[in-house]
Design a protein around this ligand. Sequence first.
Ligand code: ASP
Length: 341
Amino acid sequence: MARSKILLLYTGGTIGMVKHPETGTLKAFNFDAIAEQIPELKLLDCDTECISFETPIDSSDIDPSLWVTMVDMIETQYESFDGFVILHGSDTMSYSAAALSFMCENLSKPVIFTGSQLPIGDLRTDAKENLITSIQLAALKENGQPVIQEVGLYFEYKLYRGNRTTKINAAHFEAFESLNYAPLAQSGVSLEVSKSLLLKPQKGKQPKFHKKMDQSVGVLKLFPGISPSFMRSVLFSEGLKAVVLETYGAGNAPTAPWFIAILSEAIQNDLIIVNVTQCSGGSVLMGHYEASKGLEKIQLLNGKDISTEAALAKLMYLLGSGVSKGTFKTIFETSLRGEMQ
Ligand code: ASP
């Protein structure tokens, strides 16, 4: 069988950074040096090619235009490679993985995000394992077809669905969690893929690459003591089309009449509001408690068990695709890429 060909895209992040010898500050270096840093790449039973962002970035500088750059790269190289590995800073990797999951529809090849907590040159680096296993997962085939046919995120021995993750730790190697969906694969002595959890492309459908992401979105996190004026300043900010409302527990919020009245006025003003829980695991259950009945009545969208990162990306994608007001709620509440139950 032909060897798999995997394309690596280096966007920036710790994995490709070096320490300034005097200041100790981490700064991105030329990606070509990554191949020199990992001679083990030559031992893989697949072929790899590397490309890099012209200016590698700290992932704090990511924005939707750079997601389009990544999607462009996948689209133009789609026929020439069997899989794609995107090296990305871990800070915003969950946002990017979620965004690309919506922007790349009907994938029949893997797109795997990875990065590291320590630079590749560091003695105790996690970069080598993360990179090498990501490439191996991207290269996995069965009956000539890639095993993984979706956007994933690999970190510290686990491959997660890309739109189900959250960065939960800035210090541990185990930096990501996907509490609402079990890992797609685990790396131990061998690679164990949980095939029943993988997304299957719909037969006969060609991949479609979407490049319009509407950024007129925001996040409002509830906290005890939130004031009417603060809520108004967010919900009525100019040009805002949709908001992720991060609620408590199973989708609960204050029952005070002023609170519901402001949300209701914003909705009448054409704002889309999605109920997403602040908890990293579990689901919104609208109407389960008295404290979410009011939200249900005023027709907040039910985010169910979606993460904030995926909810934001889905809003940008659906707004960018021009989904009509009348169908927006139904489409948002439907799982499009396995991002919600
Ligand atoms: N600040 C870095 C970034 O996200 C951290 C990392 O690479 O993990 O680009």
